[in-house]
Design a protein around this ligand. Structure first.
Ligand code: PAF
Length: 273
């Protein structure tokens, strides 16, 4: 595995490889969810590139940027064992200068739900993903469905800017008890861990209701809110794939989303129907 720390090193590494490139951008603290993305990229491409970069522009003031889990040694090992060909591990000043142009998320879709709770977050995500996609020039880039709004906005950016990369959506990986894998799960205490299961339990209940024929989204949201008590719920929402609120579930075009605080940790989860 080649470790590239600058854009120049990355280009040299990629120039030494032939064939299609599958790219998995990450912020490190790699878990089985990331390994699933890497595995899919490996099966579908000749070369696999992973980036590890804790992107400061997507954290708001007061968020967990300084304490975001950093696990350099373990992450390098996971990449190596997973068959990654090139690991891009840049410093901040390889990625950002001063007084830069940045990407602005769309006014509505970028500032509702996650964007309302974290205004400006998606501007930072889209800016760094644009930089990374331009650097790696991948054939395909892999993103988890757990960050559904991020995935939807990146797909839109690629379309709006006529970028030549296929965005691949990969299913959320869960623990056996239902908890969606997240790098932030390391912040959970044992009690938090139990409370955190309310997120996946509420989504499971929503799925059952839909399977029983319930379609009214306000009814489903109310039931979910009851299950989530006494967590500090930031939102429960049911949208279509364009992230527009819908009065009724449309099978094949619906995402049910939840964001809540468990102790001091903010968790998100969703289910696609
Ligand atoms: O999902 C993430 O880990 C990050 O938002 C991403 C896409 C790597 C951009 O920093």
């Amino acid at each position: 595995m080649i470790i590239a720390r600058t854009a120049v090193e990355l280009r040299a590494a990629l120039d030494s490889k032939a064939g299609s490139v599958g790219f998995v951008p990450t912020m490190g603290a790699l878990h089985v969810g990331h390994r699933t993305l890497i595995e899919k990229a490996r099966v579908e491409n000749d070369v696999v590139v992973v980036s590890i970069f804790v992107n400061p522009t997507q954290f708001l003031a007061g968020e967990d940027l300084s304490k975001y889990p950093r696990r350099e040694e373990a992450d390098f090992k996971i990449c190596e064992l997973s068959g990654v060909n090139v690991l891009f591990y840049p410093e901040i000043d390889s990625m950002y200068g001063t007084d830069e142009i940045s990407i602005k998320a769309p006014d509505v879709r970028g500032y509702i739900l996650e964007g309302a709770s974290r205004p400006g977050h998606f501007d930072g995500v889209l800016t760094v993903v644009m930089k990374l996609l331009n650097l790696v020039r991948a054939s395909r880039a892999y993103f988890g469905k757990k960050d559904a709004q991020q995935l939807s906005l990146i797909t839109q950016m690629v379309k709006n800017f006529f970028m030549d990369v296929e965005i691949i959506a990969v299913d959320t990986v869960r623990e056996s008890d239902g908890l969606a894998l997240s790098s932030r799960n390391v912040y959970l205490t044992q009690e938090d861990r139990v409370e955190a299961l309310k997120l996946s339990a509420s989504l499971k209940r929503a799925t059952h209701l839909v399977m029983q024929g319930v379609r009214e989204t306000n009814v489903i949201c109310r039931v979910m809110m009851d299950i989530l008590q006494p967590l500090k719920v930031e939102y429960v929402a049911i949208v279509n794939r364009r992230f527009e609120a819908i009065p009724e579930v449309i099978i094949g075009d619906t995402i049910v989303l939840v964001a809540a605080r468990v102790g001091s940790t903010r968790l998100i989860d969703n289910v696609w129907m």
